[in-house]
Design a protein around this ligand. Structure first.
Ligand code: GDP
Length: 330
């Protein structure tokens, strides 16, 4: 049995080749939910959904989010209506008192659906409507996720890190932005002064995630701050990682990042934006998988390979390195 920790890019890429090395029937994937937002009343879980769609074989692999070939008629009509009414299209947070009203799971990340600021495809939206409906019927986020995973024919056990609300908020010189506003609306442009995981202190790991953390764990090449950080902020999660064998794939080659805002976010929370910095924030990792060109000298065992993943064959090579690292570490 093996458990992968996933954000929305690196681990989903790694999972593309993992089935050849780790039997999907014995594989769990714990997905970050710090990025989630409630948009127009529907809970959107970007990292859960990227795994759902990639493992279900429908992911739009050019954009790395949403469903391949999806249409956007509803989204386009929402913008037409907002334009006609003269409404501003930026992220439209609901008022402060609405942030803790309504569904608990949506706290501190409630946005109006007027001129929705994230593009939600029509089929994609059906996922959010179904998920939110299941929550309203009294299911947990874990149950809703498993139901959706079955509908997409996902072979691994995909579960959210928590059934409770945790909101990743980015503090900038111009104020506090939800991670989705920072990433989607502001394109990671604002200076990061700090990152907060609001609600994490009162959250618990989902029982399914805790179970999965009894097994050996692979932290895929993830954003350490905004994909793994929310998990580590939930009490009990890091302790469970300390108690099991963990290997982590670096999202850096020394201080070069493959993609995304990981370097700015690491610097923003006072960590070195590099493989060495990742090792510092993962004290529970027993071994690392680093790129052949990454000469970082770590205090823990290292397995090296070409960690760039452009296709399933690349992912299989990195998954094999993870299996080797688990052996070395265990
Ligand atoms: P997010 O949810 O989209 O922010 O993505 P993740 O948490 O999954 O992490 C993105 C990280 O994956 C970035 O820091 C990238 O450097 C890293 N990454 C993306 N592609 C690759 C790759 O092919 N190989 C490796 N080793 N890392 C990658």
């Amino acid at each position: 049995m093996v458990t992968f920790l996933a954000g929305g890019t690196g681990t989903p890429k790694l999972l593309d080749g993992a089935a050849a090395v780790f039997d999907p029937a014995d594989t769990a994937v714990v997905a970050n939910t710090g990025d989630d937002v409630e948009l127009g009343g529907h809970l959107v879980c970007p990292d859960v959904d990227t795994v759902l769609f990639s493992e279900g074989g429908v992911l739009n692999r050019e954009r790395w989010w949403g469903i391949d070939g999806d249409t956007t008629e509803t989204h386009d009509e929402l913008h037409r209506l907002a334009d006609a009414a003269g409404f501003d299209a930026g992220p439209r947070y609901l008022p402060d008192d609405a942030q803790t009203a309504g569904r608990d799971i949506a706290r501190w990340r409630r946005f109006s659906g007027v001129a929705e600021f994230m593009e939600i495809g029509d089929r994609d939206r059906a996922v959010h409507v179904t998920r939110t409906g299941l929550l309203d019927e009294g299911r947990t986020l874990t149950e809703a996720t498993r139901t959706l995973a079955e509908a997409f024919g996902v072979d691994v056990d995909l579960v959210p890190m928590s059934d409770d609300p945790v909101a990743t908020l980015i503090h900038t010189p111009d104020g506090t932005l939800h991670f989705q506003e920072y990433w989607v609306a502001e394109r990671a442009d604002p200076t990061v002064e700090d990152v907060e995981f609001r609600g994490a202190d009162d959250a618990e790991p989902s029982p399914a995630a805790l179970d999965a953390l009894d097994d050996e764990v692979v932290v895929g090449p993830s954003n350490p701050v905004t994909s793994i950080g929310p998990m580590l902020a939930v009490p009990g999660f890091e302790a469970a990682l300390r108690d099991t064998t963990v290997v982590a794939v670096s999202p850096f080659v020394e201080d070069d990042v493959f993609s995304g805002p990981a370097a700015d976010l690491m610097a923003g929370v006072g960590e070195e934006p590099s493989t060495a910095g990742v090792a510092d924030v993962y004290p529970f990792a027993d071994a690392f998988v680093l790129d052949d060109d990454d000469g970082t000298d770590l205090d823990r065992p290292v397995v090296r390979t070409d960690t760039r993943m452009d296709d399933a064959a690349d992912a299989e090579r990195v998954a094999e390195a993870c299996a080797e690292a688990l052996e070395v570490a265990g």
